[in-house]
Every structure is written in structure tokens, then in C-alpha cells.
Design a protein around this ligand. Structure first.
Ligand code: 3PG
Length: 307
């Protein structure tokens, strides 16, 4: 019998786990659960008996993949798969997938939750500012970026977007103004919402040159990956631009320095919270379970990311 392991350091809501269990068991497979584990070796150990893995931001490195000698498929219940060693998976003939779009609305809602919170000075009793009439630049117009645009329009913001892989007409039909390059995007936008994946090309790519192009009242919102930010540039921005604010879904490496010196100009979630809603857990978790069942039953490899 095939064994499907849910390995989540940050667990899904119970209702999502129950739904995954139903799909997996109805298909005739066994479900195992490893939640809130504290050491990487627990994940390595648990992977040994699994034929399929459902993970979130869990670190599926070469050690896990080599220990999982029965592994046939790994599904990242979410969008970014920078936490999977794809080369190691491919070498072992293991299919890696993600579940694109399933948690995007949750991430987009968090963008605005944090933007309002910081614009209102953390609700500390002083007067803050509104989002209406401000410019919002969406850096990468994928699944999350599209939801951000929709919600931003509801707030009455002027929305710009840059994405070399998306046609200008697609943005225009959403009421978004396409721009041709990042410089242009950052120059026009009081708020920037980042949605680029963490790849060899994008890591550390958001540097001082580009950030300093932002107009007065600049706020950078990062619900993508902390690794895409050049943290030295970030500190320089805080130092040289008293108007600059940084909001991030999970703290940067230099968070203590920022919090100590620029307390009112930042907000960091204690854990990655973008996709942490019941709805997103259900959408992404159940999609992952269905993808695994389809793969085992029919060989369906839709959403494979290592090909
Ligand atoms: C994603 O890539 O889907 C998001 O960053 C969510 O990550 P999480 O599942 O670890 O919350």
C-alpha cells in the first residue's frame, strides 16, 4: 500500500488534514502525519517509509530525498518550491509538484492587512495615512499579484505592474497599468508589493539602486521570500530615507537591528503567515492530495516543476 506523508513544520488547519485524509484513504492509500517537528532528522526519518510527501515550506533537501528510498512524488502545497532540492529529486526520478494559485488570495489579503496596519502606525493612537489614491506597484503579476491588484483597486489605489512574462493586455484588462522595467515600477510606486520567486537570479536582487527610486512615503511589502532582498541595501534605505518602511511576511536576518533603530517603520510576522488561513490550507492541501492520487492512479504529472 502506498503511504502519503504530510510533513509540516507549520501544520495545516485540522479541517484541511481531515480533507486530505479522506481523499488519500478513499483512494486506498495510507496517510501518515508529521507535524510541528523540531529537528530536520525527524523529517529525514519519516521520509523513509513514504511514497508521497505533502509539504509546505519544509526543507526537502538531498538528505531527505536520499533517505526516502520509496519516494515517487513530492507535492509542495503552495506556490514556491525553493525549499525542494529539485536536482536531487530529478536524479532519483521523483516527481516534484506545486499547487499554483491555491493559497494566493490568502497571501494577497495579508498584503493589505499589513499595509493598513503599518500605514495606521500600528494603531498606536496617532494619525496615520490612507491607502486610497496612493500608487501600488506589483512586482511580478502572477496568481498573488492578480489578487493584490483586485483588492488594491477596491482600496482606490493606482495600480502598476511589471512582469516580463505577462502580456501588457492581460494587465490592462484588469485595470492595471503595465510598465516596461523595474526602474519604472519602483519610480512610480509609493507601495511595492513583491511577488517574485526566490531563484539564483532573484536572490539579493532588490538592492539600493532600485529601492532608492521609490518616491517619498515609500513602503516595501514582501510576502515573497526574504532572500530576494539585499539586506545591506535595506539597512541603507532605513538609514538614508526616513520615509522608508518595510513590511515582511517573516523577519529578515537583520530584523533586530531594524526593530531597535526604526521601530515604527517596520512590521514582521513571527512565522510565515501569508498562506495560514483555513481556506488556503484546504485549497492547497486538498489539491496536493488529489494531485498525488491522480499521479498514482493515472500517471498525471500536471504541475510538475522538475522537468
Ligand atoms: C507559498 O510559497 O505558497 C507561500 O509562501 C506559503 O508558504 P507556507 O505554505 O509555508 O505558508
Amino acid at each position: 500500500m502506498k503511504t502519503v506523508l504530510i510533513a509540516t513544520d507549520k501544520p495545516f488547519a485540522k479541517v484541511a488534514v481531515d480533507g486530505i485524509r479522506e481523499i488519500v484513504e478513499n483512494a486506498g492509500f495510507e496517510l501518515k502525519l508529521l507535524e510541528k517537528y523540531t529537528t530536520h532528522s525527524e523529517l529525514v526519518e519519516a521520509a523513509k517509509s513514504a511514497h508521497a510527501l505533502i509539504i509546505r515550506s519544509d526543507n526537502v533537501d538531498r538528505e531527505v530525498i536520499e533517505a526516502g528510498s520509496n519516494l515517487e512524488i513530492i507535492v509542495r502545497a503552495g506556490a514556491g518550491y525553493d525549499n525542494i532540492d529539485l536536482a536531487a529529486a530529478t536524479e532519483k526520478n521523483i516527481v516534484a509538484m506545486n499547487t499554483p494559485g491555491q493559497n494566493s488570495n490568502a497571501v494577497a489579503e495579508l498584503v493589505f492587512g499589513m499595509m493598513v496596519y503599518v500605514s495606521r502606525s500600528g494603531f498606536n493612537g496617532t494619525s496615520g495615512t490612507e491607502l486610497r489614491g496612493k500608487s501600488l506597484g506589483i512586482h511580478a503579476y502572477g496568481n498573488v499579484g492578480k489578487y493584490v491588484a483586485k483588492i488594491g483597486k477596491g482600496f482606490g489605489m493606482d495600480i502598476y505592474a511589471f512582469d516580463p512574462f505577462v502580456k501588457a493586455e492581460e494587465m490592462e484588462k484588469d485595470g492595471v497599468i503595465p510598465v516596461n522595467n523595474v526602474d519604472d515600477l519602483y519610480s512610480k510606486s509609493q507601495f511595492i508589493s513583491l511577488h517574485i520567486p526566490a531563484t539564483a537570479q532573484t536572490k539579493n536582487s532588490i538592492g539600493f539602486e532600485i529601492l532608492s527610486k521609490m518616491p517619498k512615503g515609500a513602503t516595501l511589502v514582501n510576502t515573497a521570500r526574504k532572500e530576494v532582498i539585499d539586506e545591506e541595501a535595506l539597512l541603507k534605505m532605513f538609514k538614508e530615507r526616513p520615509d522608508f518602511k518595510y513590511i515582511s511576511d517573516i523577519a529578515p536576518g537583520c530584523s533586530e537591528e531594524i526593530k531597535t533603530n526604526y521601530e515604527n517603520r517596520c512590521f514582521f510576522t513571527p512565522k510565515k503567515m501569508g498562506a495560514q488561513t483555513s481556506e488556503a490550507n484546504i485549497n492547497a492541501g486538498l489539491a496536493a492530495a488529489k494531485q498525488i492520487v491522480n499521479f498514482f492512479k493515472t500517471g498525471d504529472k500536471t504541475y510538475q516543476v522538475n522537468k
